[in-house]
Design a protein around this ligand. Structure first.
Ligand SMILES: *[C@@H]1O[C@H](CO)[C@@H](O)[C@H](O)[C@H]1NC(C)=O
Length: 110
C-alpha cells in the first residue's frame, strides 16, 4: 500500500515536472527561433514560402558549421551578406543561385 502510494506520488510528480522541463528555455533555442522578416531588415514583399526557403539555407548552414554567429550573419540584411553566399556555396546550392538572387530581391527590395 505504501509502495503504491509512493508510486502514485511519483507519477503525479512526473506529470508536473516533465512539461515543465520541456518548456524550460533551452540555451540553443534562440538559434532555432526563426527570425522574422522585419528583424532582418527586409523591405520588400513578404512571401512566406520564399522567406522560409532562404531561412532554411541559413538553418542548414548553421547545422553544418555549428557557428551561432554565422547563423545570424547569414540572415543579416535580408540574406544579402557574403555569408549568405558562402552558405549557398557550402551547401552546394549554387545551381539555384539565380533563383535565390531573385528571391532576395523580392524580399529585400535591394
Ligand atoms: C511567393 O513566391 C512564389 C515563387 O516566386 C510564387 O510562386 C508565389 O505565388 C508567391 N506567393 C505569394 C503569396 O506572393
Amino acid at each position: 500500500m505504501m509502495f503504491l502510494c509512493k508510486l502514485l506520488n511519483l507519477s503525479a510528480l512526473l506529470l508536473i515536472l516533465v512539461p515543465l522541463i520541456i518548456s524550460l528555455p533551452h540555451p540553443h533555442h534562440d538559434v532555432h527561433k526563426r527570425s522574422s522578416f522585419f528583424d532582418i531588415d527586409c523591405k520588400g514583399v513578404f512571401n512566406k514560402s520564399i522567406f522560409f526557403r532562404l531561412d532554411r539555407i541559413c538553418e542548414d548552414c548553421y547545422s553544418l558549421f555549428r557557428e551561432v554567429e554565422l547563423h545570424s550573419l547569414c540572415k543579416e540584411s535580408c540574406f544579402t551578406t557574403d555569408y549568405f553566399v558562402g552558405c549557398v556555396e557550402a551547401l552546394k546550392l549554387e545551381e539555384d543561385w539565380e533563383k535565390f538572387d531573385k528571391w532576395r530581391e523580392i524580399l529585400g527590395k535591394k
